[in-house]
Design a protein around this ligand. Structure first.
Ligand code: HEM
Length: 538
Protein backbone atom coordinates (compact mmCIF):
# COMPACT_ATOMS: atom_id res chain seq x y z
CA UNK A 1 0.00 0.00 0.00
CA UNK A 2 1.04 3.59 -0.56
CA UNK A 3 1.45 6.42 1.88
CA UNK A 4 -1.23 7.85 4.13
CA UNK A 5 -4.34 9.69 3.01
CA UNK A 6 -6.52 11.86 5.20
CA UNK A 7 -10.27 12.24 5.03
CA UNK A 8 -11.87 15.65 4.35
CA UNK A 9 -12.77 15.90 8.06
CA UNK A 10 -9.14 15.56 9.00
CA UNK A 11 -9.65 12.17 10.66
CA UNK A 12 -7.20 9.42 9.72
CA UNK A 13 -8.88 6.84 7.50
CA UNK A 14 -8.21 4.42 4.68
CA UNK A 15 -4.60 4.32 3.63
CA UNK A 16 -3.56 5.95 6.90
CA UNK A 17 -4.01 2.45 8.32
CA UNK A 18 -0.76 1.63 6.54
CA UNK A 19 1.18 4.09 8.64
CA UNK A 20 -0.49 2.88 11.82
CA UNK A 21 0.34 -0.72 10.99
CA UNK A 22 3.87 0.23 9.83
CA UNK A 23 3.13 -1.80 6.74
CA UNK A 24 3.56 0.69 3.89
CA UNK A 25 5.79 -0.43 1.06
CA UNK A 26 8.01 2.64 1.45
CA UNK A 27 8.95 5.00 4.24
CA UNK A 28 7.91 8.65 4.36
CA UNK A 29 8.60 11.59 6.61
CA UNK A 30 5.79 13.06 8.73
CA UNK A 31 4.70 15.17 5.75
CA UNK A 32 4.18 12.12 3.54
CA UNK A 33 7.23 12.68 1.40
CA UNK A 34 8.97 9.46 0.38
CA UNK A 35 12.36 8.79 1.99
CA UNK A 36 15.20 6.90 0.37
CA UNK A 37 17.16 6.18 3.57
CA UNK A 38 16.70 6.61 7.30
CA UNK A 39 20.05 5.26 8.48
CA UNK A 40 22.44 8.00 7.43
CA UNK A 41 22.56 11.70 8.26
CA UNK A 42 23.13 14.14 5.43
CA UNK A 43 26.86 15.02 5.46
CA UNK A 44 29.32 17.07 3.51
CA UNK A 45 31.07 13.96 2.21
CA UNK A 46 31.03 10.53 3.89
CA UNK A 47 33.53 11.65 6.59
CA UNK A 48 32.47 15.28 6.67
CA UNK A 49 30.29 17.27 9.12
CA UNK A 50 26.55 16.60 9.42
CA UNK A 51 24.50 19.35 7.81
CA UNK A 52 21.89 21.41 9.69
CA UNK A 53 19.72 21.33 6.60
CA UNK A 54 18.97 17.61 7.17
CA UNK A 55 15.29 18.01 8.00
CA UNK A 56 14.71 14.26 8.21
CA UNK A 57 17.41 13.92 10.88
CA UNK A 58 15.96 16.81 12.90
CA UNK A 59 12.35 15.64 12.56
CA UNK A 60 13.23 12.08 13.55
CA UNK A 61 15.32 13.05 16.59
CA UNK A 62 12.91 15.81 17.63
CA UNK A 63 10.02 13.35 17.67
CA UNK A 64 12.01 10.81 19.61
CA UNK A 65 13.02 13.48 22.14
CA UNK A 66 9.35 14.03 22.90
CA UNK A 67 8.17 10.41 23.00
CA UNK A 68 7.66 10.38 26.76
CA UNK A 69 4.71 12.02 28.43
CA UNK A 70 4.35 12.44 32.19
CA UNK A 71 3.27 9.25 33.86
CA UNK A 72 0.10 9.29 35.94
CA UNK A 73 0.71 10.95 39.30
CA UNK A 74 -0.84 7.82 40.85
CA UNK A 75 -1.69 4.46 39.26
CA UNK A 76 1.25 4.95 36.85
CA UNK A 77 1.89 1.24 36.38
CA UNK A 78 -0.90 -0.52 34.55
CA UNK A 79 -2.06 -3.10 32.05
CA UNK A 80 -5.26 -3.07 30.05
CA UNK A 81 -7.52 -4.96 27.70
CA UNK A 82 -10.53 -4.50 25.48
CA UNK A 83 -13.68 -6.49 25.99
CA UNK A 84 -17.39 -6.57 26.04
CA UNK A 85 -20.05 -6.16 28.71
CA UNK A 86 -23.34 -8.00 28.31
CA UNK A 87 -26.12 -6.93 30.63
CA UNK A 88 -28.64 -9.36 32.10
CA UNK A 89 -31.38 -6.74 32.40
CA UNK A 90 -31.69 -7.35 36.15
CA UNK A 91 -30.91 -3.70 36.91
CA UNK A 92 -33.47 -2.36 34.44
CA UNK A 93 -36.08 -1.78 37.16
CA UNK A 94 -33.76 0.54 39.10
CA UNK A 95 -31.87 2.36 36.34
CA UNK A 96 -32.73 3.72 32.93
CA UNK A 97 -29.11 3.32 31.77
CA UNK A 98 -29.44 1.82 28.29
CA UNK A 99 -26.37 -0.40 28.67
CA UNK A 100 -28.01 -2.10 31.68
CA UNK A 101 -31.23 -2.98 29.84
CA UNK A 102 -31.76 -6.64 28.98
CA UNK A 103 -29.15 -8.28 26.77
CA UNK A 104 -27.30 -5.18 25.62
CA UNK A 105 -23.72 -5.61 24.50
CA UNK A 106 -21.35 -2.71 25.19
CA UNK A 107 -17.67 -2.48 24.21
CA UNK A 108 -15.35 -1.77 27.15
CA UNK A 109 -11.73 -0.97 27.90
CA UNK A 110 -10.38 -1.96 31.32
CA UNK A 111 -7.13 -0.78 32.90
CA UNK A 112 -5.69 -2.44 36.00
CA UNK A 113 -2.93 -0.72 37.94
CA UNK A 114 -0.91 -0.43 41.09
CA UNK A 115 -1.27 2.88 42.93
CA UNK A 116 2.14 3.83 44.23
CA UNK A 117 4.91 2.61 41.94
CA UNK A 118 6.21 4.38 38.88
CA UNK A 119 5.51 3.18 35.34
CA UNK A 120 8.48 0.80 35.41
CA UNK A 121 7.91 -0.65 38.87
CA UNK A 122 7.22 -4.31 39.61
CA UNK A 123 3.77 -5.88 39.52
CA UNK A 124 3.56 -8.10 42.60
CA UNK A 125 4.16 -5.44 45.26
CA UNK A 126 1.87 -5.01 48.22
CA UNK A 127 -0.47 -2.24 47.10
CA UNK A 128 -4.06 -1.44 46.28
CA UNK A 129 -4.93 -2.23 42.63
CA UNK A 130 -6.91 0.04 40.33
CA UNK A 131 -9.76 -1.51 38.33
CA UNK A 132 -11.01 1.13 35.89
CA UNK A 133 -13.62 0.33 33.25
CA UNK A 134 -14.67 2.48 30.32
CA UNK A 135 -18.07 1.49 28.91
CA UNK A 136 -18.56 2.89 25.38
CA UNK A 137 -22.35 2.96 25.68
CA UNK A 138 -24.89 4.11 23.10
CA UNK A 139 -25.60 7.09 25.40
CA UNK A 140 -21.98 8.18 25.83
CA UNK A 141 -19.06 7.01 27.93
CA UNK A 142 -19.60 5.66 31.45
CA UNK A 143 -16.46 5.13 33.52
CA UNK A 144 -16.45 2.98 36.65
CA UNK A 145 -13.11 3.97 38.20
CA UNK A 146 -12.68 1.58 41.10
CA UNK A 147 -10.15 -0.38 43.10
CA UNK A 148 -9.76 -3.99 44.27
CA UNK A 149 -10.42 -2.80 47.83
CA UNK A 150 -13.95 -1.60 48.64
CA UNK A 151 -12.95 1.21 50.98
CA UNK A 152 -10.53 4.12 50.71
CA UNK A 153 -7.79 5.48 52.96
CA UNK A 154 -9.43 8.84 53.51
CA UNK A 155 -12.91 10.29 53.79
CA UNK A 156 -12.31 13.69 52.20
CA UNK A 157 -10.44 14.38 48.93
CA UNK A 158 -8.66 17.34 50.49
CA UNK A 159 -6.35 14.78 52.15
CA UNK A 160 -5.50 13.02 48.87
CA UNK A 161 -2.27 14.95 48.21
CA UNK A 162 -1.23 14.18 51.81
CA UNK A 163 -1.85 10.43 51.69
CA UNK A 164 -0.13 10.19 48.31
CA UNK A 165 2.88 12.17 49.59
CA UNK A 166 2.99 9.71 52.49
CA UNK A 167 2.83 6.54 50.36
CA UNK A 168 5.11 7.62 47.51
CA UNK A 169 8.85 7.01 47.94
CA UNK A 170 10.35 9.16 50.66
CA UNK A 171 11.62 12.40 49.13
CA UNK A 172 15.17 12.13 50.42
CA UNK A 173 16.26 8.74 49.03
CA UNK A 174 13.26 7.91 46.86
CA UNK A 175 12.88 4.51 48.49
CA UNK A 176 10.99 2.30 48.75
CA UNK A 177 9.54 2.38 45.25
CA UNK A 178 6.27 0.61 45.69
CA UNK A 179 5.77 -0.80 49.14
CA UNK A 180 4.21 0.22 52.39
CA UNK A 181 7.34 -0.49 54.38
CA UNK A 182 8.35 2.97 55.41
CA UNK A 183 7.93 5.58 58.09
CA UNK A 184 5.85 8.13 56.21
CA UNK A 185 3.20 5.55 55.28
CA UNK A 186 2.79 4.32 58.88
CA UNK A 187 3.07 7.83 60.21
CA UNK A 188 0.13 8.95 58.07
CA UNK A 189 -2.14 5.96 58.64
CA UNK A 190 -1.58 5.99 62.40
CA UNK A 191 -2.23 9.75 62.65
CA UNK A 192 -5.33 9.58 60.37
CA UNK A 193 -7.16 6.63 61.88
CA UNK A 194 -9.88 6.78 59.21
CA UNK A 195 -7.21 4.94 57.14
CA UNK A 196 -7.37 1.90 59.46
CA UNK A 197 -9.94 -0.05 57.45
CA UNK A 198 -8.20 0.40 54.10
CA UNK A 199 -4.80 -0.33 55.66
CA UNK A 200 -6.09 -3.63 57.04
CA UNK A 201 -7.36 -4.73 53.61
CA UNK A 202 -4.09 -3.55 52.03
CA UNK A 203 -2.00 -5.51 54.56
CA UNK A 204 -4.20 -8.60 54.13
CA UNK A 205 -3.84 -11.03 51.23
CA UNK A 206 -5.92 -8.62 49.11
CA UNK A 207 -2.80 -6.43 48.85
CA UNK A 208 -0.92 -9.06 46.79
CA UNK A 209 -3.34 -10.48 44.20
CA UNK A 210 -2.36 -13.64 42.34
CA UNK A 211 -3.58 -12.16 39.06
CA UNK A 212 -5.64 -9.24 37.82
CA UNK A 213 -8.02 -11.96 36.62
CA UNK A 214 -8.58 -13.06 40.21
CA UNK A 215 -9.38 -9.75 41.87
CA UNK A 216 -12.67 -8.27 42.90
CA UNK A 217 -13.34 -4.67 41.90
CA UNK A 218 -15.36 -2.06 43.73
CA UNK A 219 -16.77 1.34 42.79
CA UNK A 220 -16.14 2.23 46.48
CA UNK A 221 -18.46 5.25 46.69
CA UNK A 222 -22.20 5.00 46.92
CA UNK A 223 -23.75 6.14 43.64
CA UNK A 224 -27.38 6.86 42.81
CA UNK A 225 -29.39 4.95 40.20
CA UNK A 226 -32.30 6.66 38.50
CA UNK A 227 -35.14 4.61 36.99
CA UNK A 228 -37.21 5.57 33.94
CA UNK A 229 -39.99 6.82 36.24
CA UNK A 230 -37.54 9.05 38.13
CA UNK A 231 -37.36 6.77 41.19
CA UNK A 232 -33.92 6.69 42.80
CA UNK A 233 -31.92 3.97 44.57
CA UNK A 234 -28.52 4.19 46.24
CA UNK A 235 -26.01 1.66 44.93
CA UNK A 236 -22.55 0.20 45.39
CA UNK A 237 -20.89 -1.48 42.39
CA UNK A 238 -18.94 -4.74 42.64
CA UNK A 239 -16.94 -6.79 40.14
CA UNK A 240 -16.78 -10.51 40.97
CA UNK A 241 -14.14 -12.56 39.11
CA UNK A 242 -15.40 -15.86 37.68
CA UNK A 243 -12.05 -17.39 38.64
CA UNK A 244 -12.59 -16.50 42.31
CA UNK A 245 -10.40 -14.26 44.47
CA UNK A 246 -6.83 -15.50 44.93
CA UNK A 247 -3.66 -14.01 46.32
CA UNK A 248 0.05 -14.69 46.41
CA UNK A 249 1.80 -15.33 49.69
CA UNK A 250 4.45 -12.78 50.56
CA UNK A 251 7.44 -14.99 49.77
CA UNK A 252 6.00 -15.82 46.33
CA UNK A 253 5.39 -12.14 45.64
CA UNK A 254 8.97 -11.25 46.59
CA UNK A 255 10.47 -13.96 44.38
CA UNK A 256 8.23 -13.13 41.43
CA UNK A 257 9.16 -9.45 41.67
CA UNK A 258 12.74 -10.43 41.11
CA UNK A 259 12.20 -13.09 38.47
CA UNK A 260 9.41 -11.46 36.47
CA UNK A 261 8.47 -7.89 37.40
CA UNK A 262 5.86 -7.99 34.59
CA UNK A 263 4.08 -10.98 36.10
CA UNK A 264 0.58 -9.49 36.20
CA UNK A 265 0.63 -7.80 32.82
CA UNK A 266 2.09 -10.91 31.23
CA UNK A 267 -0.57 -13.08 32.88
CA UNK A 268 -3.36 -10.86 31.58
CA UNK A 269 -2.03 -10.62 28.03
CA UNK A 270 -1.17 -14.33 27.80
CA UNK A 271 -4.59 -15.41 29.08
CA UNK A 272 -6.34 -13.27 26.49
CA UNK A 273 -4.02 -14.27 23.69
CA UNK A 274 -4.63 -17.97 24.29
CA UNK A 275 -8.39 -17.51 24.50
CA UNK A 276 -8.80 -17.97 28.28
CA UNK A 277 -10.79 -14.75 28.45
CA UNK A 278 -11.08 -13.36 31.97
CA UNK A 279 -14.62 -12.70 33.15
CA UNK A 280 -16.24 -10.75 35.94
CA UNK A 281 -19.85 -10.32 36.88
CA UNK A 282 -20.93 -6.79 37.64
CA UNK A 283 -23.06 -6.77 40.77
CA UNK A 284 -24.96 -4.12 42.66
CA UNK A 285 -25.87 -3.69 46.29
CA UNK A 286 -28.91 -1.45 46.46
CA UNK A 287 -30.21 0.66 49.34
CA UNK A 288 -33.30 2.83 49.71
CA UNK A 289 -32.54 6.48 48.86
CA UNK A 290 -33.54 7.83 52.26
CA UNK A 291 -32.80 11.45 53.23
CA UNK A 292 -30.13 10.38 55.77
CA UNK A 293 -28.37 8.11 53.19
CA UNK A 294 -27.57 5.43 55.75
CA UNK A 295 -28.27 1.69 55.70
CA UNK A 296 -28.53 -0.35 58.91
CA UNK A 297 -26.72 2.47 60.71
CA UNK A 298 -23.88 2.58 58.13
CA UNK A 299 -23.22 6.02 56.63
CA UNK A 300 -23.30 5.42 52.87
CA UNK A 301 -21.45 8.68 52.18
CA UNK A 302 -18.38 7.51 54.13
CA UNK A 303 -16.00 5.79 51.65
CA UNK A 304 -14.24 3.96 54.49
CA UNK A 305 -17.38 1.87 55.02
CA UNK A 306 -18.60 -1.28 53.33
CA UNK A 307 -22.06 -2.72 53.66
CA UNK A 308 -21.64 -6.43 54.48
CA UNK A 309 -23.04 -8.67 51.76
CA UNK A 310 -25.03 -10.52 54.43
CA UNK A 311 -27.01 -7.29 54.98
CA UNK A 312 -27.33 -6.31 51.32
CA UNK A 313 -26.65 -9.15 48.87
CA UNK A 314 -24.75 -8.37 45.67
CA UNK A 315 -27.12 -8.86 42.75
CA UNK A 316 -25.55 -9.79 39.38
CA UNK A 317 -26.47 -7.39 36.55
CA UNK A 318 -24.12 -8.32 33.71
CA UNK A 319 -20.99 -10.10 32.52
CA UNK A 320 -17.67 -8.52 31.53
CA UNK A 321 -15.38 -10.49 29.22
CA UNK A 322 -11.91 -9.24 28.28
CA UNK A 323 -11.13 -10.69 24.87
CA UNK A 324 -8.63 -8.46 23.06
CA UNK A 325 -5.20 -7.15 23.99
CA UNK A 326 -4.35 -3.56 23.11
CA UNK A 327 -2.33 -3.31 19.93
CA UNK A 328 -0.36 -0.31 21.16
CA UNK A 329 0.43 0.21 24.85
CA UNK A 330 1.04 3.94 24.54
CA UNK A 331 -1.98 4.79 22.41
CA UNK A 332 -4.39 2.80 24.51
CA UNK A 333 -3.19 1.80 27.99
CA UNK A 334 -1.16 4.96 28.55
CA UNK A 335 -3.45 7.51 26.92
CA UNK A 336 -6.76 6.27 28.27
CA UNK A 337 -8.39 8.89 30.48
CA UNK A 338 -10.95 7.73 33.02
CA UNK A 339 -13.14 10.08 35.00
CA UNK A 340 -15.74 9.45 37.70
CA UNK A 341 -17.80 12.24 36.14
CA UNK A 342 -18.26 10.32 32.90
CA UNK A 343 -21.84 9.27 33.63
CA UNK A 344 -24.82 8.25 31.52
CA UNK A 345 -28.54 8.82 32.15
CA UNK A 346 -29.62 6.52 34.97
CA UNK A 347 -26.42 6.79 37.04
CA UNK A 348 -25.67 9.79 39.27
CA UNK A 349 -23.32 10.74 42.07
CA UNK A 350 -23.91 11.26 45.79
CA UNK A 351 -22.44 13.78 48.23
CA UNK A 352 -19.51 11.56 49.29
CA UNK A 353 -16.81 14.22 49.88
CA UNK A 354 -14.11 11.97 48.43
CA UNK A 355 -16.06 11.61 45.21
CA UNK A 356 -16.47 15.39 44.95
CA UNK A 357 -12.69 15.89 44.92
CA UNK A 358 -12.22 13.15 42.34
CA UNK A 359 -14.69 14.89 40.03
CA UNK A 360 -12.23 17.78 39.89
CA UNK A 361 -8.92 15.93 40.03
CA UNK A 362 -9.01 13.55 37.05
CA UNK A 363 -9.91 16.16 34.45
CA UNK A 364 -7.37 18.53 35.89
CA UNK A 365 -4.48 16.05 35.85
CA UNK A 366 -5.30 14.80 32.35
CA UNK A 367 -4.86 18.28 30.90
CA UNK A 368 -1.21 18.09 31.94
CA UNK A 369 -0.66 14.40 31.31
CA UNK A 370 -2.26 14.31 27.87
CA UNK A 371 -1.11 17.71 26.65
CA UNK A 372 -4.16 19.95 26.66
CA UNK A 373 -7.92 19.69 26.63
CA UNK A 374 -8.48 17.57 23.50
CA UNK A 375 -7.65 14.11 24.88
CA UNK A 376 -11.28 12.92 24.46
CA UNK A 377 -10.45 12.84 20.73
CA UNK A 378 -7.77 10.16 21.21
CA UNK A 379 -9.04 6.90 19.74
CA UNK A 380 -9.20 5.04 23.08
CA UNK A 381 -11.16 7.86 24.68
CA UNK A 382 -13.60 8.56 21.85
CA UNK A 383 -17.22 7.84 22.71
CA UNK A 384 -19.03 5.35 20.49
CA UNK A 385 -22.01 7.69 20.53
CA UNK A 386 -22.22 10.75 18.25
CA UNK A 387 -20.44 13.83 19.63
CA UNK A 388 -21.79 17.28 18.90
CA UNK A 389 -20.15 19.53 21.46
CA UNK A 390 -19.28 23.20 21.21
CA UNK A 391 -15.69 22.63 22.38
CA UNK A 392 -13.26 24.20 19.94
CA UNK A 393 -9.56 24.67 19.21
CA UNK A 394 -6.88 24.10 21.86
CA UNK A 395 -3.66 22.09 21.90
CA UNK A 396 -3.75 18.94 19.78
CA UNK A 397 -7.10 19.66 18.20
CA UNK A 398 -7.52 17.06 15.46
CA UNK A 399 -11.13 17.62 14.39
CA UNK A 400 -11.86 19.95 11.47
CA UNK A 401 -15.09 21.50 12.67
CA UNK A 402 -17.51 22.97 10.16
CA UNK A 403 -19.98 25.79 10.54
CA UNK A 404 -19.72 29.37 11.69
CA UNK A 405 -21.60 29.43 14.97
CA UNK A 406 -20.12 27.19 17.69
CA UNK A 407 -22.75 28.12 20.26
CA UNK A 408 -26.37 27.16 20.90
CA UNK A 409 -28.98 28.20 20.16
CA UNK A 410 -27.91 29.92 16.97
CA UNK A 411 -29.76 31.00 13.87
CA UNK A 412 -26.87 30.57 11.40
CA UNK A 413 -25.91 26.89 11.29
CA UNK A 414 -29.22 25.41 10.19
CA UNK A 415 -31.14 27.20 12.92
CA UNK A 416 -31.06 24.17 15.21
CA UNK A 417 -32.72 25.08 18.52
CA UNK A 418 -31.19 23.72 21.70
CA UNK A 419 -33.57 21.44 23.53
CA UNK A 420 -32.92 19.16 26.46
CA UNK A 421 -35.26 17.18 28.62
CA UNK A 422 -36.02 13.75 29.94
CA UNK A 423 -37.87 12.86 26.77
CA UNK A 424 -34.75 13.55 24.66
CA UNK A 425 -32.55 11.04 26.47
CA UNK A 426 -30.39 13.83 27.89
CA UNK A 427 -28.41 13.47 31.10
CA UNK A 428 -30.43 15.21 33.79
CA UNK A 429 -28.90 15.63 37.25
CA UNK A 430 -31.23 14.12 39.85
CA UNK A 431 -33.07 16.95 41.63
CA UNK A 432 -31.80 15.85 45.05
CA UNK A 433 -32.80 18.05 47.96
CA UNK A 434 -29.77 19.84 49.40
CA UNK A 435 -30.18 20.05 53.19
CA UNK A 436 -30.32 23.52 54.66
CA UNK A 437 -26.89 23.94 56.21
CA UNK A 438 -24.21 26.29 57.44
CA UNK A 439 -20.91 26.38 55.61
CA UNK A 440 -18.32 24.46 57.70
CA UNK A 441 -14.92 22.84 57.28
CA UNK A 442 -15.57 19.68 59.28
CA UNK A 443 -16.56 16.02 59.03
CA UNK A 444 -19.93 14.72 60.21
CA UNK A 445 -20.13 12.88 63.51
CA UNK A 446 -21.10 9.73 61.59
CA UNK A 447 -17.58 9.64 60.05
CA UNK A 448 -15.96 9.30 63.50
CA UNK A 449 -16.04 5.53 64.06
CA UNK A 450 -12.77 4.27 62.56
CA UNK A 451 -12.52 0.85 64.21
CA UNK A 452 -15.82 -1.11 64.00
CA UNK A 453 -15.50 -1.97 60.33
CA UNK A 454 -11.82 -2.98 60.57
CA UNK A 455 -12.76 -5.17 63.53
CA UNK A 456 -15.47 -6.85 61.47
CA UNK A 457 -12.91 -7.51 58.71
CA UNK A 458 -10.43 -9.01 61.19
CA UNK A 459 -13.09 -11.20 62.82
CA UNK A 460 -14.19 -12.46 59.37
CA UNK A 461 -10.75 -13.77 58.45
CA UNK A 462 -9.88 -17.47 58.48
CA UNK A 463 -6.90 -18.54 60.67
CA UNK A 464 -4.47 -18.60 57.75
CA UNK A 465 -5.56 -15.13 56.59
CA UNK A 466 -5.02 -13.82 60.14
CA UNK A 467 -1.58 -15.37 60.20
CA UNK A 468 -0.71 -13.55 56.95
CA UNK A 469 -2.03 -10.26 58.33
CA UNK A 470 0.05 -10.57 61.50
CA UNK A 471 3.11 -11.47 59.43
CA UNK A 472 2.59 -8.54 57.08
CA UNK A 473 2.13 -5.95 59.83
CA UNK A 474 5.21 -7.29 61.61
CA UNK A 475 7.32 -7.24 58.44
CA UNK A 476 6.21 -3.81 57.23
CA UNK A 477 6.34 -2.07 60.61
CA UNK A 478 9.67 -3.78 61.24
CA UNK A 479 11.08 -1.71 58.35
CA UNK A 480 10.23 1.61 60.06
CA UNK A 481 13.09 3.48 61.65
CA UNK A 482 10.99 5.60 64.02
CA UNK A 483 10.05 3.92 67.28
CA UNK A 484 7.22 6.43 67.87
CA UNK A 485 5.63 5.50 64.53
CA UNK A 486 5.70 1.78 65.38
CA UNK A 487 4.17 2.47 68.80
CA UNK A 488 1.39 4.60 67.32
CA UNK A 489 0.65 1.91 64.71
CA UNK A 490 0.36 -0.65 67.53
CA UNK A 491 -2.07 1.64 69.35
CA UNK A 492 -4.29 1.53 66.25
CA UNK A 493 -4.11 -2.28 66.15
CA UNK A 494 -5.15 -2.44 69.83
CA UNK A 495 -8.41 -0.73 68.85
CA UNK A 496 -9.05 -3.37 66.17
CA UNK A 497 -8.25 -6.46 68.24
CA UNK A 498 -6.00 -7.13 71.26
CA UNK A 499 -4.83 -10.49 69.90
CA UNK A 500 -3.76 -8.95 66.58
CA UNK A 501 -2.01 -6.16 68.46
CA UNK A 502 -0.16 -8.41 70.90
CA UNK A 503 1.09 -10.77 68.17
CA UNK A 504 2.46 -7.92 66.09
CA UNK A 505 3.92 -6.24 69.18
CA UNK A 506 5.68 -9.48 70.08
CA UNK A 507 7.13 -9.72 66.57
CA UNK A 508 8.43 -6.16 66.89
CA UNK A 509 9.76 -6.72 70.41
CA UNK A 510 7.56 -3.95 71.81
CA UNK A 511 4.92 -3.90 74.55
CA UNK A 512 1.29 -4.23 73.39
CA UNK A 513 -0.76 -1.13 74.28
CA UNK A 514 -4.29 -1.25 75.69
CA UNK A 515 -7.27 -0.23 73.49
CA UNK A 516 -8.28 3.42 73.81
CA UNK A 517 -11.86 2.85 72.60
CA UNK A 518 -14.30 0.08 73.57
CA UNK A 519 -14.02 -2.84 71.12
CA UNK A 520 -16.96 -2.82 68.71
CA UNK A 521 -19.55 -5.55 69.09
CA UNK A 522 -19.77 -6.63 65.42
CA UNK A 523 -20.72 -9.84 63.64
CA UNK A 524 -18.19 -11.37 61.22
CA UNK A 525 -19.05 -11.21 57.52
CA UNK A 526 -17.97 -14.54 55.91
CA UNK A 527 -18.09 -12.92 52.45
CA UNK A 528 -15.05 -10.83 53.41
CA UNK A 529 -12.84 -13.90 53.66
CA UNK A 530 -11.22 -15.14 50.46
CA UNK A 531 -11.97 -18.63 51.74
CA UNK A 532 -15.57 -18.07 52.72
CA UNK A 533 -17.29 -16.01 49.99
CA UNK A 534 -21.01 -16.26 49.42
CA UNK A 535 -21.04 -15.16 45.80
CA UNK A 536 -22.99 -17.52 43.52
CA UNK A 537 -20.27 -17.90 40.87
CA UNK A 538 -20.40 -21.14 38.80
C1 HEM B 1 -6.06 7.48 38.98
C2 HEM B 1 -9.14 4.88 41.64
C3 HEM B 1 -9.47 8.47 44.86
C4 HEM B 1 -6.85 11.20 41.92
C5 HEM B 1 -6.85 6.47 39.44
C6 HEM B 1 -7.00 5.20 38.79
C7 HEM B 1 -7.88 4.48 39.52
C8 HEM B 1 -8.27 5.28 40.65
C9 HEM B 1 -8.36 3.08 39.22
C10 HEM B 1 -6.27 4.74 37.55
C11 HEM B 1 -7.07 5.05 36.33
C12 HEM B 1 -6.37 4.51 35.12
O1 HEM B 1 -6.18 3.27 35.04
O2 HEM B 1 -6.00 5.31 34.24
C13 HEM B 1 -9.48 5.64 42.75
C14 HEM B 1 -10.43 5.23 43.75
C15 HEM B 1 -10.51 6.24 44.66
C16 HEM B 1 -9.61 7.28 44.22
C17 HEM B 1 -11.20 3.94 43.74
C18 HEM B 1 -11.36 6.37 45.89
C19 HEM B 1 -12.49 5.75 46.06
C20 HEM B 1 -8.85 9.54 44.31
C21 HEM B 1 -8.87 10.86 44.85
C22 HEM B 1 -8.16 11.64 44.02
C23 HEM B 1 -7.66 10.80 42.95
C24 HEM B 1 -9.60 11.26 46.13
C25 HEM B 1 -7.86 13.10 44.10
C26 HEM B 1 -8.44 13.97 44.86
C27 HEM B 1 -6.39 10.42 40.91
C28 HEM B 1 -5.53 10.89 39.86
C29 HEM B 1 -5.30 9.82 39.01
C30 HEM B 1 -6.02 8.71 39.55
C31 HEM B 1 -4.98 12.30 39.73
C32 HEM B 1 -4.47 9.80 37.74
C33 HEM B 1 -5.44 9.96 36.59
C34 HEM B 1 -4.79 10.12 35.25
O3 HEM B 1 -3.62 10.54 35.18
O4 HEM B 1 -5.48 9.86 34.25
N1 HEM B 1 -7.63 6.49 40.57
N2 HEM B 1 -9.00 6.88 43.05
N3 HEM B 1 -8.11 9.53 43.15
N4 HEM B 1 -6.66 9.10 40.72
FE1 HEM B 1 -7.87 8.02 41.84
Amino acid sequence: SGPATVSPTGQPTGADQARMAQSGSYLTNAQGTRLPDTDHSLKAGPRGPVLLQDHHLREKVMHFDHERIPERVVHARGAAAHGVFRSYGTAASVTQAAFLAEDVETPVFVRFSTVVGSRGSADTVRDTRGFATKFYTSEGVFDLVGNNIPVFFIQDAIKFPDIIHAVKPQPDREIPQAQSAHDTFWDFVSLHTEATHHTLWHISDRGIPRSYRMMEGFGVHTFRLVAADGGTTLVKFHWKPKLGVHSLVWEEAQLINGVDPDFHRRDLADAIECGAYPEWELGIQTFPDTPDQTFEGIDLLDPTNIVPEELAPVQPVGLLTLNRNPSNFFAETEQVAFHVGHLVPGIDITDDPLLAGRLFSYLDTQITRLGGPNFPQLPVNRPHAPVNDMLRDGMHQTAVHRGVAPYRPNSLDGGCPFTAGADTGAYIETPVRVPEATKVREAPESFADHFSQPRRFWLSMSPVEREHIIGAYTFELGKCYEQAVKERALAVLANIDPELCSQVAEGLGLPAPEPTVPLADVEPSPALSQLGGTWPVD
